[in-house]
Design a protein around this ligand. Structure first.
Ligand code: ATP
Ligand code: MG
Length: 445
């Protein structure tokens, strides 16, 4: 992409409505624009990152054997009356009528609809286990939408649902989700710690939230600092292996880590004092096992191996896809702007031409652009007729992890400059070498 042709409405001034850094930077970097309270348009740069995050979620869900599908955002109230949640959900649910005076709503979550699909088509234990998921817009009429995409009213969420014959199988599904979520967040350059949580209006027996530690987080959390030393890394997982998934679950959840809803001061006291931490976190996902709550209410039964009809065991599992942009920025920025982790960066590498219009500099930039593109990478070339200072400020603000700077002086010596956004360190090297280096960085992802 060439910046001269891109739509990147960066703001010079700090927008006054933004209270936290991620919201400020998303507005300043021209990623989003508020349409109304808690509802945003995703401008090209923001949309690009949203898609990257969405793709990682898709890849990791499918790696775990979960099937993508899509349900509508607008639902009829009928199923929600059947489950008893139409009245229970309260003011967060956006309700309206269609022209025939039928009660409709904008989906805040989809347990009812997926269970209805299930009961219409699945009748035998032979069709289990089954896990389907979607990544779809949700609406919750939050009392206080704030912090930009962190607490929106309209937001993009992955919601997945498992159907299993037994509690044991459903707990495996729970563990499988936990493992796939750990991988998902790590690919985004994030540490998200599973913490025992409270199930709230969704209801259920077992639930963990995934929290990214950040001062601006809305949840108070209590944990053993040893949990922050755990990392999933690139281990090989067989998602059908119950024992292996249970082992990972155990490893990542046996140290003390809880949200304020489930915090137990007596248990916390057993953590060695120097490792006790009280901090704040951003909830980027949550997994639930809720047994037969919805299958009982909606009569989702299958015929078991012994011929008897039994309600299925279910769980539901969410990832805050749009909230993740905010969480990643909270975790990765400096006073100049965003620092994207390589896994989610909108463009792989910036190219800054210090002397636009100079034949040699223009030619070298075009050649870099072509070679990066030929390697399957997406460069963002700042080809505008602007001062170097302005170009650097834009690149730093939008946070591409790597930048190649091209100027007549370097070219005389056959070199360009490759700079890391994170460390600020630069090195001079021939253009082909710079391309090779950038390609290697992304090849290892
Ligand atoms: P919260 O406690 O933050 O209100 P929740 O527990 O009600 O969230 P879930 O039903 O668990 O939310 O939804 C799954 C994920 O969707 C959450 O972990 C969170 O990352 C994201 N999410 C929930 N509400 C919002 C919102 N208003 N704006 C953006 N993302 C949200
Ligand atoms: Mg939650």
């Amino acid at each position: 992409m060439r910046l001269s042709r891109y739509f990147l409405p960066v703001l010079k001034e700090n927008p006054s409505e933004a209270q936290i850094v991620s919201h400020r930077l998303m507005l300043r970097a021209g990623m989003i624009k508020q349409a109304s309270a808690g509802i945003y348009s995703w401008l090209p740069l923001g949309f690009k990152v949203l898609r990257k995050i969405e793709n990682i979620v898709h890849e990791e869900q499918q790696r775990a054997g979960h099937m993508p599908m899509l349900m509508p955002t607008i639902q009829s109230a009928d199923l929600w009356r059947e489950s008893g949640r139409y009245d229970a959900y309260g003011a967060e649910m956006l309700r309206f009528k269609d022209r025939h005076d039928r009660d409709m709503l904008f989906t805040p979550t989809a347990e009812e609809l997926i269970t209805d699909i299930f009961r219409a088509h699945v009748g035998s234990y032979k069709d289990l286990p089954l896990t389907m998921y979607q990544i779809q817009w949700k609406f919750r009429d939050e009392i206080r939408p704030r912090f930009g995409v962190m607490r929106g009213r309209e937001f993009f969420m992955k919601d997945g649902y498992n159907f299993d014959l037994s509690k044991e199988d459903a707990l495996h599904a729970y563990n499988r989700h936990l493992v796939s979520y750990l991988r998902t967040y790590e690919r985004m350059g994030l540490q998200a710690i599973p913490m025992r949580a409270d199930s709230g209006p969704i209801g259920g027996d077992d639930t963990h939230e995934f929290l990214v530690l950040a001062e601006t987080g809305e949840s108070e959390v209590f944990y053993d600092s040893a949990v922050t030393d755990l990392s999933f890394g690139d281990r090989d997982i067989d998602y059908d292996d119950h024992a292996q998934c249970a082992g990972v679950m155990e490893e990542f959840t046996n140290l003390y880590a809880r949200t304020d809803e489930t915090h137990d001061p007596d248990l916390f006291d057993k953590v060695p004092e120097e490792r006790r931490r009280v901090a704040r976190g951003i909830e980027v996902g949550q997994i639930f096992y809720f047994g037969t709550k919805y299958s009982d209410a909606l009569n989702a039964v299958v015929q078991g191996p012994d011929g008897k009809q039994v309600p299925v065991h279910m769980g539901s599992h969410g990832i805050g896809v749009s909230r993740l942009l905010g969480a990643i920025i909270e975790a990765s920025h400096d006073d100049k702007g965003i620092i994207w982790p390589e896994g989610v960066t909108p463009y792989h590498c910036g190219i800054v031409n210090l002397k636009q219009g100079d034949e040699e500099a223009d030619g070298a930039c075009e050649a870099l652009y072509a070679s990066l593109t030929a390697l399957g990478l997406e460069p963002l070339y700042d080809d505008r007729n602007e001062r170097a200072g302005g170009k650097f400020a834009t690149m730093d603000l939008i946070g591409l992890p790597w930048r190649i700077t091209v100027g007549p002086r370097g070219l005389k010596n056959g070199v360009v400059e490759l700079t890391s956004r994170r460390t600020g360190e630069s090195e001079e090297l021939p253009p082909e070498e710079a391309v090779k280096k950038v390609a290697e960085i992304y090849a290892n992802l």
